[in-house]
Design a binder for this molecule. Structure first.
Ligand code: FES
Ligand code: FES
Length: 154
């Protein structure tokens, strides 16, 4: 079935099963490797993408349910030469080790601060609590998110 998607500012039409998880479409058909397969159950956040500015779990989202919506993946935020401010700050703070969780970490933080630039520490922690990182770099990630909030979001 033909599905029309808008991904990272680009319109594409793909012939795919409408029940296929968005994550598979992004990685297998569009070769985007920002969103990762972690649990496949909506529990770890590794597959996070933005749909109309909301952070959603692409592993449990049928592709047909996001047809026509604006989808942004981690690589859609910025490029190596021109990173988004939140990506730049994460680099400057050396807030990442393997990067497997980064789609969840960065896009969840960006979504909550876009929606509420003055979000409290508690609001941010609550939003981030479902995003798992196995490299134990939480302290530096929190520092980067707080710096982004102070310098850019507010
Ligand atoms: S892979 Fe989607 S939430 Fe874990
Ligand atoms: S940086 Fe490795 S899982 Fe988060």
């Amino acid at each position: 079935m033909a599905i029309n998607l808008k991904v990272n500012g680009r319109s594409v039409t793909l012939d795919v099963d409408p029940t296929m998880p968005l994550l598979y479409v992004l990685s297998d058909f569009l070769q985007l490797n920002g969103p990762k397969f972690g649990c496949g159950l909506g529990q770890c956040g590794a597959c996070t993408v933005l749909v109309e500015g909301e952070a959603i779990r692409s592993c449990i989202t049928p592709v047909s349910s996001v047809e026509g919506f604006e989808i942004v993946t981690l690589e859609g935020l910025g490029s190596p030469d021109n990173p988004h401010p939140i990506q730049r700050i994460f680099i400057e703070e050396q807030a990442v080790q393997c990067g497997f969780c980064l789609s969840g970490v960065i896009l969840t933080a960006k979504a909550i601060l876009d929606q509420n630039p003055r979000a409290s520490e508690e609001d941010i922690s609550r939003a981030m609590s479902g995003v798992l990182c196995r490299c134990c770099t939480h302290v530096r990630m929190v520092k980067a998110i707080q710096r982004y909030q102070k310098e850019v979001a507010v």
